[in-house]
Write a protein of this length. Structure first.
Ligand code: AMP
Length: 291
Protein backbone atom coordinates (compact mmCIF):
# COMPACT_ATOMS: atom_id res chain seq x y z
CA UNK A 1 0.00 0.00 0.00
CA UNK A 2 2.61 2.52 1.09
CA UNK A 3 4.98 4.09 -1.38
CA UNK A 4 8.00 3.63 0.84
CA UNK A 5 8.52 1.24 3.66
CA UNK A 6 10.76 3.44 5.69
CA UNK A 7 9.92 6.61 7.47
CA UNK A 8 12.33 8.40 9.74
CA UNK A 9 10.85 9.58 13.02
CA UNK A 10 12.55 12.34 15.00
CA UNK A 11 11.81 13.94 18.34
CA UNK A 12 14.91 16.10 18.39
CA UNK A 13 15.78 19.07 16.19
CA UNK A 14 19.49 18.30 15.68
CA UNK A 15 18.81 14.77 14.40
CA UNK A 16 16.05 15.99 12.11
CA UNK A 17 18.38 18.64 10.70
CA UNK A 18 21.20 16.15 10.11
CA UNK A 19 18.84 14.00 8.08
CA UNK A 20 17.44 16.93 6.07
CA UNK A 21 20.96 18.21 5.33
CA UNK A 22 21.71 14.90 3.59
CA UNK A 23 18.65 15.24 1.37
CA UNK A 24 19.59 18.81 0.59
CA UNK A 25 23.11 17.96 -0.62
CA UNK A 26 21.49 15.42 -2.90
CA UNK A 27 19.55 18.32 -4.44
CA UNK A 28 16.17 17.02 -3.21
CA UNK A 29 13.25 19.41 -2.73
CA UNK A 30 11.60 19.43 0.69
CA UNK A 31 7.88 19.86 1.34
CA UNK A 32 6.52 20.47 4.79
CA UNK A 33 3.06 19.65 6.18
CA UNK A 34 2.47 21.04 9.71
CA UNK A 35 -0.30 19.37 11.74
CA UNK A 36 -1.50 18.82 15.27
CA UNK A 37 -2.05 15.14 14.54
CA UNK A 38 -5.10 12.91 15.01
CA UNK A 39 -4.81 12.61 11.26
CA UNK A 40 -7.83 12.44 8.99
CA UNK A 41 -8.49 12.61 5.26
CA UNK A 42 -7.89 16.39 5.24
CA UNK A 43 -4.33 15.97 6.52
CA UNK A 44 -3.75 13.00 4.19
CA UNK A 45 -4.77 15.14 1.22
CA UNK A 46 -2.11 17.71 2.18
CA UNK A 47 0.44 14.89 2.32
CA UNK A 48 -0.71 13.61 -1.11
CA UNK A 49 -0.32 17.11 -2.58
CA UNK A 50 3.16 17.32 -1.07
CA UNK A 51 4.10 13.89 -2.51
CA UNK A 52 3.08 15.14 -5.97
CA UNK A 53 5.13 18.33 -5.63
CA UNK A 54 8.40 17.52 -3.84
CA UNK A 55 11.00 14.78 -3.36
CA UNK A 56 10.95 14.62 0.44
CA UNK A 57 7.84 15.11 2.58
CA UNK A 58 8.27 16.22 6.18
CA UNK A 59 5.22 15.94 8.44
CA UNK A 60 5.15 17.51 11.89
CA UNK A 61 2.77 16.42 14.60
CA UNK A 62 2.75 18.87 17.47
CA UNK A 63 -0.11 20.27 19.55
CA UNK A 64 1.24 23.78 20.08
CA UNK A 65 0.24 25.16 23.49
CA UNK A 66 0.82 28.82 22.60
CA UNK A 67 -1.99 28.86 20.04
CA UNK A 68 -4.60 27.75 22.58
CA UNK A 69 -6.31 30.24 24.89
CA UNK A 70 -6.63 29.55 28.63
CA UNK A 71 -10.24 28.35 28.25
CA UNK A 72 -9.65 26.37 25.07
CA UNK A 73 -9.23 22.65 24.49
CA UNK A 74 -5.43 22.14 24.64
CA UNK A 75 -5.67 19.36 27.27
CA UNK A 76 -8.59 17.57 25.64
CA UNK A 77 -7.38 18.00 22.04
CA UNK A 78 -7.52 14.47 20.53
CA UNK A 79 -4.15 12.74 20.21
CA UNK A 80 -3.20 9.29 18.84
CA UNK A 81 0.44 9.25 17.80
CA UNK A 82 0.71 5.49 17.13
CA UNK A 83 -2.18 5.55 14.67
CA UNK A 84 -0.83 8.77 13.10
CA UNK A 85 2.55 7.10 12.56
CA UNK A 86 0.91 4.22 10.69
CA UNK A 87 -1.13 6.57 8.49
CA UNK A 88 1.91 8.73 7.74
CA UNK A 89 3.94 5.65 6.75
CA UNK A 90 1.11 4.42 4.50
CA UNK A 91 0.99 7.81 2.76
CA UNK A 92 4.70 7.72 2.04
CA UNK A 93 5.79 10.45 4.46
CA UNK A 94 9.60 10.45 4.50
CA UNK A 95 10.26 12.24 7.77
CA UNK A 96 7.96 12.57 10.77
CA UNK A 97 8.86 15.20 13.35
CA UNK A 98 7.14 14.81 16.70
CA UNK A 99 8.87 17.10 19.18
CA UNK A 100 8.13 17.79 22.84
CA UNK A 101 7.31 21.24 24.17
CA UNK A 102 10.71 21.39 25.94
CA UNK A 103 12.29 20.88 22.52
CA UNK A 104 10.18 23.55 20.80
CA UNK A 105 10.16 26.16 23.58
CA UNK A 106 13.59 25.94 25.27
CA UNK A 107 13.44 29.60 26.26
CA UNK A 108 9.74 29.57 27.12
CA UNK A 109 8.32 33.04 26.48
CA UNK A 110 11.51 34.97 25.78
CA UNK A 111 10.26 36.08 22.35
CA UNK A 112 7.28 35.63 20.12
CA UNK A 113 5.76 36.83 16.87
CA UNK A 114 2.89 39.30 16.92
CA UNK A 115 0.56 39.33 13.94
CA UNK A 116 -0.80 42.81 13.21
CA UNK A 117 -2.95 42.30 10.15
CA UNK A 118 -5.55 39.77 9.01
CA UNK A 119 -6.35 38.89 12.64
CA UNK A 120 -8.98 41.43 13.70
CA UNK A 121 -11.82 39.41 12.12
CA UNK A 122 -13.06 35.79 12.15
CA UNK A 123 -11.16 33.43 14.50
CA UNK A 124 -8.54 36.07 15.32
CA UNK A 125 -11.23 38.23 16.88
CA UNK A 126 -12.58 35.60 19.27
CA UNK A 127 -9.31 33.70 19.82
CA UNK A 128 -7.04 36.48 21.09
CA UNK A 129 -3.39 35.63 20.56
CA UNK A 130 -4.17 32.45 18.61
CA UNK A 131 -2.43 33.57 15.43
CA UNK A 132 0.54 34.96 17.39
CA UNK A 133 0.99 31.41 18.69
CA UNK A 134 0.56 29.95 15.19
CA UNK A 135 3.07 32.41 13.69
CA UNK A 136 5.58 31.85 16.50
CA UNK A 137 5.59 28.06 16.16
CA UNK A 138 5.75 28.32 12.35
CA UNK A 139 8.80 30.60 12.50
CA UNK A 140 10.46 27.89 14.59
CA UNK A 141 9.42 25.07 12.22
CA UNK A 142 10.33 27.06 9.09
CA UNK A 143 13.78 27.86 10.53
CA UNK A 144 14.37 24.27 11.62
CA UNK A 145 13.16 22.57 8.43
CA UNK A 146 13.84 25.22 5.73
CA UNK A 147 11.28 23.68 3.38
CA UNK A 148 10.94 24.66 -0.26
CA UNK A 149 7.15 24.27 -0.09
CA UNK A 150 4.58 24.31 2.73
CA UNK A 151 1.07 22.89 2.48
CA UNK A 152 -1.92 24.31 4.38
CA UNK A 153 -5.64 23.52 4.21
CA UNK A 154 -8.17 26.14 3.15
CA UNK A 155 -10.41 24.81 5.93
CA UNK A 156 -8.33 27.24 8.02
CA UNK A 157 -8.48 30.04 5.45
CA UNK A 158 -7.49 32.75 7.91
CA UNK A 159 -4.41 30.69 8.82
CA UNK A 160 -3.49 30.54 5.11
CA UNK A 161 -3.85 34.35 4.94
CA UNK A 162 -1.62 34.76 8.02
CA UNK A 163 1.00 32.30 6.74
CA UNK A 164 1.05 34.17 3.43
CA UNK A 165 1.81 37.35 5.43
CA UNK A 166 4.42 35.56 7.57
CA UNK A 167 6.31 34.28 4.52
CA UNK A 168 6.31 37.74 2.92
CA UNK A 169 7.16 39.62 6.13
CA UNK A 170 10.15 37.47 7.08
CA UNK A 171 11.31 36.80 3.49
CA UNK A 172 11.13 33.03 3.73
CA UNK A 173 12.05 31.44 0.40
CA UNK A 174 9.09 29.10 0.78
CA UNK A 175 6.20 28.53 -1.62
CA UNK A 176 2.81 28.29 0.09
CA UNK A 177 0.40 25.75 -1.41
CA UNK A 178 -3.22 26.08 -0.21
CA UNK A 179 -5.24 22.84 -0.43
CA UNK A 180 -9.02 22.63 -0.82
CA UNK A 181 -11.13 21.60 2.18
CA UNK A 182 -11.87 17.87 2.39
CA UNK A 183 -15.41 17.06 3.49
CA UNK A 184 -17.49 14.15 4.74
CA UNK A 185 -20.05 12.91 2.18
CA UNK A 186 -22.72 15.03 3.88
CA UNK A 187 -20.60 18.18 3.49
CA UNK A 188 -19.20 18.58 7.00
CA UNK A 189 -15.58 19.72 6.82
CA UNK A 190 -13.31 17.00 8.19
CA UNK A 191 -11.73 17.99 11.47
CA UNK A 192 -9.92 16.28 14.33
CA UNK A 193 -12.50 17.91 16.61
CA UNK A 194 -15.49 16.19 14.93
CA UNK A 195 -15.05 13.22 17.29
CA UNK A 196 -16.14 15.51 20.10
CA UNK A 197 -19.63 16.03 18.62
CA UNK A 198 -22.64 14.32 20.17
CA UNK A 199 -24.82 12.29 17.79
CA UNK A 200 -27.39 15.09 17.64
CA UNK A 201 -24.73 17.72 17.02
CA UNK A 202 -23.14 15.57 14.31
CA UNK A 203 -26.54 15.28 12.59
CA UNK A 204 -26.95 19.08 12.54
CA UNK A 205 -23.34 19.96 11.71
CA UNK A 206 -23.56 19.52 7.88
CA UNK A 207 -26.08 22.39 7.86
CA UNK A 208 -23.20 24.76 8.61
CA UNK A 209 -21.78 24.12 5.13
CA UNK A 210 -25.31 24.25 3.66
CA UNK A 211 -25.73 27.76 5.10
CA UNK A 212 -22.44 28.84 3.47
CA UNK A 213 -23.60 27.33 0.18
CA UNK A 214 -26.88 29.25 0.44
CA UNK A 215 -24.85 32.42 0.92
CA UNK A 216 -22.90 31.53 -2.19
CA UNK A 217 -26.14 31.09 -4.14
CA UNK A 218 -27.11 34.67 -3.23
CA UNK A 219 -23.74 35.92 -4.51
CA UNK A 220 -24.10 33.94 -7.73
CA UNK A 221 -27.55 35.50 -8.16
CA UNK A 222 -25.95 38.94 -8.05
CA UNK A 223 -26.34 39.94 -4.39
CA UNK A 224 -23.50 42.35 -3.57
CA UNK A 225 -24.47 43.42 -0.07
CA UNK A 226 -22.40 41.49 2.48
CA UNK A 227 -24.90 42.22 5.22
CA UNK A 228 -27.79 40.61 3.34
CA UNK A 229 -25.71 37.47 2.75
CA UNK A 230 -24.57 37.32 6.39
CA UNK A 231 -28.15 37.68 7.66
CA UNK A 232 -29.35 34.84 5.41
CA UNK A 233 -26.58 32.54 6.67
CA UNK A 234 -27.23 33.48 10.32
CA UNK A 235 -30.94 32.68 9.86
CA UNK A 236 -30.08 29.33 8.23
CA UNK A 237 -27.72 28.34 11.04
CA UNK A 238 -30.19 29.39 13.75
CA UNK A 239 -32.90 27.30 12.12
CA UNK A 240 -30.89 24.25 11.11
CA UNK A 241 -28.13 24.05 13.72
CA UNK A 242 -30.15 24.79 16.88
CA UNK A 243 -27.61 23.03 19.11
CA UNK A 244 -24.89 25.40 17.94
CA UNK A 245 -24.07 28.88 19.15
CA UNK A 246 -22.81 31.20 16.44
CA UNK A 247 -19.40 32.71 17.14
CA UNK A 248 -19.30 34.63 13.85
CA UNK A 249 -20.75 34.68 10.36
CA UNK A 250 -18.87 37.04 8.09
CA UNK A 251 -18.39 37.91 4.45
CA UNK A 252 -15.03 39.63 3.90
CA UNK A 253 -12.45 40.29 1.22
CA UNK A 254 -9.80 37.55 0.94
CA UNK A 255 -6.96 37.26 1.86
CA UNK A 256 -6.80 40.69 3.53
CA UNK A 257 -10.03 40.05 5.49
CA UNK A 258 -11.50 43.52 5.29
CA UNK A 259 -15.18 44.39 5.58
CA UNK A 260 -16.54 45.31 2.19
CA UNK A 261 -20.11 46.41 2.01
CA UNK A 262 -20.21 45.96 -1.75
CA UNK A 263 -18.64 42.71 -2.81
CA UNK A 264 -16.23 42.20 -5.68
CA UNK A 265 -13.01 40.29 -6.29
CA UNK A 266 -11.99 37.45 -3.96
CA UNK A 267 -14.38 37.06 -1.07
CA UNK A 268 -14.65 34.67 1.88
CA UNK A 269 -17.90 33.48 3.47
CA UNK A 270 -16.87 32.15 6.86
CA UNK A 271 -18.45 30.92 10.06
CA UNK A 272 -17.58 29.44 13.44
CA UNK A 273 -20.24 27.61 15.43
CA UNK A 274 -19.72 26.42 18.98
CA UNK A 275 -21.09 23.04 19.92
CA UNK A 276 -20.81 21.71 23.48
CA UNK A 277 -17.27 20.29 23.20
CA UNK A 278 -16.12 21.49 19.79
CA UNK A 279 -16.02 24.75 17.90
CA UNK A 280 -16.57 24.09 14.19
CA UNK A 281 -15.27 26.39 11.48
CA UNK A 282 -15.92 26.39 7.76
CA UNK A 283 -15.69 28.73 4.80
CA UNK A 284 -16.07 29.17 1.07
CA UNK A 285 -13.78 31.45 -0.95
CA UNK A 286 -15.23 32.75 -4.20
CA UNK A 287 -13.97 35.06 -6.92
CA UNK A 288 -16.63 37.59 -7.95
CA UNK A 289 -15.89 38.96 -11.42
CA UNK A 290 -16.01 42.76 -11.69
CA UNK A 291 -19.08 43.86 -13.57
P1 AMP B 1 -4.57 20.79 12.24
O1 AMP B 1 -3.98 19.46 12.59
O2 AMP B 1 -6.03 20.89 12.52
O3 AMP B 1 -3.75 21.94 12.77
O4 AMP B 1 -4.46 20.90 10.66
C1 AMP B 1 -3.24 20.74 10.00
C2 AMP B 1 -3.41 21.16 8.57
O5 AMP B 1 -4.43 20.36 7.96
C3 AMP B 1 -3.86 22.62 8.41
O6 AMP B 1 -3.20 23.19 7.29
C4 AMP B 1 -5.32 22.49 8.16
O7 AMP B 1 -5.88 23.56 7.44
C5 AMP B 1 -5.39 21.21 7.34
N1 AMP B 1 -6.73 20.63 7.41
C6 AMP B 1 -7.46 20.34 8.52
N2 AMP B 1 -8.67 19.89 8.17
C7 AMP B 1 -8.72 19.91 6.82
C8 AMP B 1 -9.70 19.56 5.85
N3 AMP B 1 -10.91 19.10 6.21
N4 AMP B 1 -9.40 19.71 4.55
C9 AMP B 1 -8.19 20.18 4.16
N5 AMP B 1 -7.22 20.52 5.02
C10 AMP B 1 -7.47 20.38 6.33
Amino acid sequence: MGENNSMQIFKHITELQQSLAQYRVQGKTIGYVPTMGFLHEGHLTLIKEAKKTVDIVVLSIYVNPTQFGPNEDFDSYPRHIERDQELALEQGVDVLFHPSTDEMYPTESMMSVIVNERVDQLCGKSRTGHFDGVATILVKFFNIISPDYVFFGMKDAQQVAVVDGLIKTFHYPIKLIPVQTVREVDGLAKSSRNVKLTLEERAQAPNIYKALQNGLVLIKNGEQNANVIEQKMIKDIHENVPLGEIDYVQVLSYPDLKEKRTLSGKVILATAVKMQQARLIDNIVVDIPNK
